[in-house]
Design a protein around this ligand. Structure first.
Ligand code: MTE
Ligand code: MO
Length: 161
């Protein structure tokens, strides 16, 4: 019994350490940017300094018929541009959600006009947090992704590799 308890506690602590970064980012509405072995933290205030865009996209997940959604956010490439992060020398842009869901984009896709956005509002209201049944506070929307698989919800980390 005692041994079992010790094992459970050790695993709980290890798991907490692993999730701490993601959970903190999610709660603070921050995104960790990783680039060239350095890290930067992007806050909601930082995003508000970028050009805000209203856009629509067809959402089509497996359990519903396609519907047009209205979002507000920023073009993903605008984030890199504002931080002087050069997309020409990288292979991929990797986006991770708080649940571990990971999607990858090529630099060409990211630079494509009117395609990949980081959204923070849906129908003019902030994207709800994960704990409240939402997909936010941040979600990637890929307008050209027909079945929404790469619309990463609960974004907490973006890595250029
Ligand atoms: N963080 C995260 N984002 C995600 C997913 C996920 O499991 N976790 N599922 C993807 C898939 S497969 C679809 S179809 C869309 C919509 O999923 P939903 O209908 O479960 O919200 O979100 C995408 N983004
Ligand atoms: Mo899906």
């Amino acid at each position: 019994m005692v041994l079992l308890l010790v094992i459970i506690v050790v695993f709980a602590i290890m798991n907490r350490e692993l999730l701490r970064g993601s959970r903190q980012a999610l709660e603070n509405a921050e995104i960790v940017l990783k680039y060239d072995s350095s890290e930067a933290v992007l806050s909601f205030g930082d995003l508000l300094e970028l050009e805000e865009k209203d856009f629509t996209a067809i959402f089509d997940s497996s359990n519903i018929d396609p519907v047009e959604h209205s979002y507000t956010g920023v073009a993903l490439y605008n984030i890199f541009e504002s931080l002087d992060m050069d997309l020409n020398n990288i292979e991929q842009v990797i986006v991770r959600g708080a649940d571990g869901y990971t999607v990858a984009f090529s630099p060409q896709e990211v630079l494509d006009n009117d395609n990949i956005y980081l959204a923070y509002k849906f129908n003019d209201k902030p994207l709800k947090h994960k704990g409240r049944g939402g997909s936010g506070p941040y979600q990637i929307v890929v307008r050209k992704d027909q079945f929404s698989q790469r619309w990463c919800k609960f974004v907490v980390e973006i890595e250029l590799k």
